[in-house]
Design a protein around this ligand. Structure first.
Ligand code: SF4
Length: 327
């Protein structure tokens, strides 16, 4: 029996990259053994900034969930579903909107920042301002008390706590106060050394085949001071080395570090070894991916069953909410 409830979501951005895999996804795979987990594809959140481009939404959901399962999320251990398949989120979002002061939303650090950054998308909308309430809804509807987040998302958890407190104070205690669950995970840089991101075009997709992996590894930036093979290298500033530390499970990393520092291995050879390491690590994931792609019904069933289970929990919370509010 798992006592603590974890909720976490991802916007449906389509195929995920290896940075997502080494970060949030690997963390989720670990959490599913210890917590009652709700992992949600937050498609309504995608609309808050991308309401004008919805044609790829369904396929993006499918591809992302294929990545989730291929990397190791197990629908027998956790709840996997799509936010818009559980309409109770909409009802609770509306009810919580009624009690959330505007000033709480306007002071959200990401609100003004994103309004500027995404100016061309015309997101000065009611929905975008209210997205932290939707986020609080996603958490509170499952009475999640743990939310895995990075330090930069702390403000959103705090807002969920404030909304929970305000509801419990005005009506009666229904919701727990969710806590941030900070976990250590590996940060994989992009092939150019910046944060791996689709917007920088510096990523390797989880689904990338051997040839693409080889090609992307070839493009990786290494120690710029290293011109000849026997020049002493500085692995700590090398992108290839950063990938080794994430992918090497055989603990050969010390050996490689020394060989680089002593100028005993060339970057071309080093990159070839890394590409093989990544290809081997990804092989079972690609195999699983292929099976899921060949059987589209499997993903449909996983999402249907996940939504059914989520609806039961969400409806139970909604009954308590309606009772507390006397509606
Ligand atoms: Fe980087 Fe490997 Fe070249 Fe050293 S040998 S600089 S770790 S690519």
């Amino acid at each position: 029996m798992k006592n603590d409830v974890v909720m976490s979501g991802m916007r449906p951005t389509g195929r995920l990259h290896m940075g997502n895999m080494m970060g949030a996804l690997t963390n989720w795979v670990k959490l599913q053994d210890d917590y009652d987990c709700f992992f949600v594809v937050v498609d309504w959140h995608a609309l808050t900034t991308g309401y004008q481009n919805t044609e790829d939404l369904k396929e993006n959901i499918r591809q992302m969930v294929i990545d989730w399962i291929s990397v190791g999320l197990d629908p027998k251990k956790c709840n996997i579903f799509v936010q818009s398949h559980v309409k109770q989120h909409a009802e609770l979002h509306l009810l919580l909107s009624m009690i959330t002061p505007l000033s709480w939303l306007e002071r959200c650090p990401t609100y003004k920042e994103q309004l500027k950054q995404l100016e061309s998308r015309e997101i000065n909308t009611y929905g975008f301002l209210g997205y932290p309430v939707l986020m609080a809804t996603d958490i509170l509807i499952y009475k999640a008390n743990k939310v895995p987040v990075g330090k930069d998302q702390e403000a959103h958890i705090e807002l969920s706590r404030e909304i929970s407190r305000r509801f419990n104070y005005i009506y009666k205690p229904v919701f727990p106060e969710p806590e941030a669950l900070y976990t250590e995970f590996k940060v994989l840089p992009g092939i150019d050394g910046r944060k791996m991101s689709k917007s920088y075009d510096n990523y390797i997709e989880i689904s990338a085949g051997p040839e693409v992996i080889k090609q992307k590894v070839k493009m990786m930036i290494t120690d710029p001071a290293r011109i000849r093979k026997n020049d002493p290298g500085h692995p700590d500033i090398c992108n290839v080395y950063a990938f080794y530390t994430a992918f090497d499970e055989q603990n050969n990393i010390q050996e490689l570090k020394e060989a680089c520092e002593k100028g005993q291995i060339g970057c071309v050879e080093c990159k070839k070894k890394l590409a093989n390491l990544i290809i081997n690590k990804m092989q079972p994931i690609h195999q699983k991916r292929k099976e899921l792609e060949q059987n589209p019904k499997t993903i449909d069933d996983i999402l249907d069953n996940g939504a059914k289970r989520a609806r039961l929990v969400a409806e139970k919370t909604l009954e308590e909410v309606r009772n507390a509010m006397k509606i």
